[in-house]
Design a protein around this ligand. Structure first.
Ligand code: SF4
Ligand code: SF4
Length: 365
């Protein structure tokens, strides 16, 4: 790969995005990977310096440290809300991986995942044998429920629960993937095209049960067109059935990184949970659980290290239920809790609210 003369730009990054960082370091304490290593290169500021070095030719695009850090980063965007300069780190990471993660450099597992969600017919096939939501909406204004790709196969009850909570949502099964997987894994243009396709296929407001999908869709279609489920329910003043009588269940919440850091959604799910149980704020609720899209599949050991403190906190809090708002977090926490043999049940927020009248506390007195 030929490098440009030092000082000239390669054109990998949008200059206004790359130049915005003032190197203040406020983002370092918020970064989970910096928390693991204490190394500057594993921090947002360190990675932006690596991006600048490859942009100006001081480092090769495929320098081993550059390659490692582009992959070690969770893409959780916890560095964004704490940044006084308004650095859009998530957008920079997408541009970085778009340049670096060329098809021939991708591990086969990532290639297989991207292939699976690249065509609407294949996405539809994933849910054929599953009882996910489907049907027309009952509302006067058109609004559509996004079924997701892997969520429709792995957690079909989530979309059914969302539709129980709001029957005005249409759930047409012939919908494809939103493109977030592509955009976060080196295929930005394809990821944006898939989001536009989904926007054309689904009428009205698009409501999603996945924080990662909602942030990606909103970045392409605009935030007024896309609502994460808790935003949607809170905006409509939806109510849920009375919880079961007896001790109120202790319920924690794991934020979806992209819903929280990309869309500012955090208050809404907590307020909804407090209507059906005793809400318990875990110290690391807002920090990434290590699922991070494809991260748990591509870097399982680092993902488990990131997850560990969450499991410690869940055990200490003796929760009845941990609510999640993203299918990746669902799988990550369900598996971690099972490995630790904790009694806490993981539920999507939609399932929790739809089943509130049946959820009871099993805490020993
Ligand atoms: S907080 Fe923002 S401006 Fe400061 S070092 Fe981090 S990314 Fe750069
Ligand atoms: S996206 Fe997350 S892991 Fe990556 S630099 Fe920002 S805070 Fe750190």
């Amino acid at each position: 790969m030929t490098s440009p003369p030092v000082g000239e730009r390669r054109g990998i990054f949008t200059p206004e995005l790359l130049d915005r960082c003032i190197s203040c370091g406020f983002c370092l304490p918020a970064c989970p990977t910096y928390g693991l290593t204490g190394e500057e290169t594993s921090s947002p500021r360190g990675r932006i310096n690596l991006m600048r070095a490859i942009e100006t030719g001081q480092l090769a695009v495929d320098d081993p440290t550059v390659v490692e850090e582009s992959s070690f980063c969770l893409g959780c965007r916890a560095c964004e809300p704490v940044c006084p300069a308004g650095v859009q780190y998530g957008a920079l990471l997408e541009e970085w991986r778009d340049e670096l993660w060329r098809p021939e450099r991708r591990p086969w597992r990532l290639r297989a995942l991207l292939w699976a969600v690249d065509a609407r017919a294949r996405v539809r096939l994933m849910g054929v044998a599953r009882r996910h939501a489907k049907g027309a909406g009952e509302g006067a204004e058109p609004a559509s429920l996004m079924l997701g790709c892997f969520e429709r196969a792995l957690y079909p009850r989530v979309s059914r629960s969302a539709r129980e909570l709001d029957p005005s949502l249409a759930a047409p099964p012939a919908q494809g993937c939103c493109g977030a997987l592509h955009a976060h894994n080196g295929e930005l243009e394809r990821g944006n095209a898939l989001a536009r396709e989904l926007g054309e296929a689904l009428p009205g407001t698009i409501v999603t049960t996945s924080g990662g999908c909602s942030a990606h869709l909103a970045s392409v279609l605009g935030p007024e067109r896309v609502k994460e489920l808790s935003q949607w329910l809170a905006g409509r003043g939806s109510t849920v059935d009375e919880p079961a009588t007896g001790a109120r269940p202790r319920i924690g919440f794991q934020d979806s990184c992209h819903a929280r850091n990309g869309l500012g959604v955090g208050k809404e799910p907590r307020e909804l949970i407090a209507t059906v149980g005793e809400y318990v704020e875990l110290p690391s609720a807002a920090a990434c659980c290590g699922a991070a899209g494809t991260y748990a599949i591509l870097r399982p050991e680092d993902s488990a290290r990131v997850l560990d403190r969450h499991l410690d906190e869940i055990a200490d809090a003796d929760l009845d239920v941990l609510a999640v708002a993203n299918p990746g977090c669902y799988r990550q926490l369900q598996q971690g809790i099972k490995r630790r043999r904790l009694r806490t049940k993981v539920l999507h927020l939609a399932e929790l609210l739809a089943d509130a009248d049946r959820i009871v506390s099993h805490r020993s007195a």
